[in-house]
Design a protein around this ligand. Structure first.
Ligand SMILES: Nc1nc2c(c(=O)[nH]1)N[C@H]1C(S)=C(S)[C@@H](COP(=O)(O)O)O[C@H]1N2
Ligand SMILES: [Mo]
Length: 306
């Protein structure tokens, strides 16, 4: 796969957004320096290393995207995702739940606690970013609707609306809607969030507005965007990339530098916005969240369950 990316903002094209972002960066640094505030959040930095993560710029995060409903180039989502109407929005929660229903996003948000989580995002294509998300724990939503005994997996679906999602109008390729899934214990893990914002603003359409999943220890394709349906089930759900290329993309898709993609190494990653000549950085086991999540996979052969 060929990749293109944006260089850092040059001083000449500083936008109000970029200035605001720079302020955030400075503030985060100041807070870290005195050991207060954000340091207490569970998602802050790499808990394993105690390291503070430096978020990518707002520009990087919102202009270099994968959202195939709007095209296959990294710039397509920013160009075309504005065609999507995100209000009103509801999420159907069904399957093995005590209180199934079609929930208005506003009603969900009224009950959830939104917090900031600064997470690494590692795409299976071997690039990465750091994103300051706002969101709530998926576990809280699952508790609110009540998971029935016997449920073992959670399936997710993106909106299917070809009038507004231009690539859904084309034939061939992906079998829409985009689908993803997690094991129930993964879905309930405190690192797993439903994101509704980034950099303190509502989630831009290209990043999966108005609500998307974020699972920071898995390859980015698991973090499904613009979610309209969440289904509790007792069998492993079908997932988009696994359906397309089962030998390349598994259900688990845990970030793992020791298990290569059949066509490229996963040992290292290019940091988006790092500039043309910046060296690739080593990819971390479970994307740096090994201390938090390794127990979920105890005894599992991670080469087999890739
Ligand atoms: N519905 C949907 N969700 C999706 C995708 C997609 O094409 N469609 N791409 C995935 C991939 S491959 C990645 S790397 C991340 C990218 O998220 P970002 O654009 O917010 O960085 O979204 C994931 N979620
Ligand atoms: Mo990805």
């Amino acid at each position: 796969m060929a990749h293109r990316w944006k260089n850092d903002l040059s001083r000449e094209d500083v936008t109000p957004e970029a200035v605001w972002m720079d302020r955030r960066r400075i503030m985060a640094g100041a807070v870290a320096g005195v050991g207060l505030g954000l340091a207490g959040l569970p998602g802050r930095g790499g808990a394993a290393t105690g390291e503070e993560l430096e978020p990518n710029s707002y520009e990087d995060i919102t202009s270099y995207n994968n959202f195939y409903e709007f095209g296959f180039d990294k710039g397509d989502p920013k160009t075309h995702a504005g065609e999507l109407t995100t209000e009103p929005w509801s999420v159907e929660i069904d399957g093995m739940v005590e209180r199934p229903g079609r929930y208005d996003l506003a009603d969900i948000m009224a009950r959830m606690t939104v917090e900031e989580r600064i997470y690494r995002l590692r795409c299976v294509e071997a690039w990465s970013m750091v994103v300051p998300w706002q969101g709530f724990e998926l576990a809280d939503l699952l508790n609110w609707v009540g998971v029935k005994p016997g449920a073992k997996y959670v399936a997710f679906e993106t909106l299917y609306r070809p009038e507004e999602m231009r690539a859904q109008r084309q034939r061939g390729g992906i079998d829409w809607p985009y689908r993803e899934g997690l094991r129930l214990d993964e879905a309930r893990h405190p690192l797993t969030i439903m994101a509704t914002g980034l950099y303190g603003k509502p989630l831009p359409n290209q990043n999966g507005a108005p609500i998307r999943l974020v699972v920071p220890w898995k390859y980015g394709f698991k973090s499904i965007k613009s979610v309209v349906r969440i289904t509790l089930t007792d069998s492993e759900p079908e997932t988009t990339w696994n359906m397309l290329q089962p030998n390349e993309y598994g259900f688990y898709a845990n970030v793992n530098p020791n298990v290569d993609h059949p066509r490229w190494s996963q040992a290292r990653e290019r940091v988006v916005g790092g500039g043309l000549f910046s060296p690739k950085q080593p990819t971390l086991m479970f994307n740096g969240y090994e201390d938090e999540v390794a127990a979920l996979y105890e005894g599992m052969d991670l080469e087999r369950f890739y």
